[in-house]
Design a protein around this ligand. Sequence first.
Ligand SMILES: CC(=O)[C@@H](O)[C@H](O)COP(=O)(O)O
Ligand SMILES: NCC(=O)COP(=O)(O)O
Length: 250
Amino acid sequence: MTASKTALSVNLNKVALVRNTRHLGIPSVVRAASICLQAGAHGITVHPRPDGRHIRGDDVPALSELVGHHAGAEFNIEGNPFHNLMEHVRLLRPHQCTFVPDTEGQFTSDHGWEFPADAQRLRPVVQEARSLGVRVSLFMDPRPELMAAAREVGADRVELYTESYARAWGTVRQDEVLGSFAEAARAAQAAGLGVNAGHDLNRDNLTDFLRAVPGVQEVSIGHALISDALELGYEATVKAYLARIDAAFA
Ligand SMILES: CC(=O)[C@@H](O)[C@H](O)COP(=O)(O)O
Ligand SMILES: NCC(=O)COP(=O)(O)O
């Protein structure tokens, strides 16, 4: 049976970051989402951080509505469920929510959940999101020993935090680090979890990752993809990333 291809979810945080530097409403995150979906992206991801540095509260319903007009496309909202994420989940019931253990002012996401430390407080919010029909993904470091505990709190998927891979790509450590991600993915799948991945993935490192790590269902990519789009445009950039995914399955 051929492995199903990895879905591409475009993270629009950095479009909002530029937009917020003037009171003109451009670049539009909704227009960016529309062009990316029309170009073949499988979904849109946003991370409405409490400080509103990029994606803001009223962006989320507008994007949710737009994604709803694209059959088969998914909306993924990321955030800390103990901060402001759950208000968006309750109101909009996105296809997926990704729980990320960031502090309110954190520079960027840089670690996953800890088990057993986080299990007790995560369980009820995971159950609430799932009761609303929302798939729950937990942002996790690539640590195989934590995957069964992630499943035990009720998560549907984990998102492997790929910054350590991005840092190792192109160095002598690349294969060793890829091996650790493949082991973490297999441990997650053995526990009954789906596997997503994200953070610092780009046009150069994406194919190698997907070739080495089995069964990745979705990659969410923002910073590098939007940076590329500044040069190539949204449509050509999305198609370039889809081609990198195709190459991993060729
Ligand atoms: C969870 C993660 O790795 C990213 O999705 C996150 O959204 C990055 O946040 P910034 O775009 O604010 O760096
Ligand atoms: N979950 C990862 C994501 O949505 C985007 O991360 P990045 O590509 O901006 O590093």
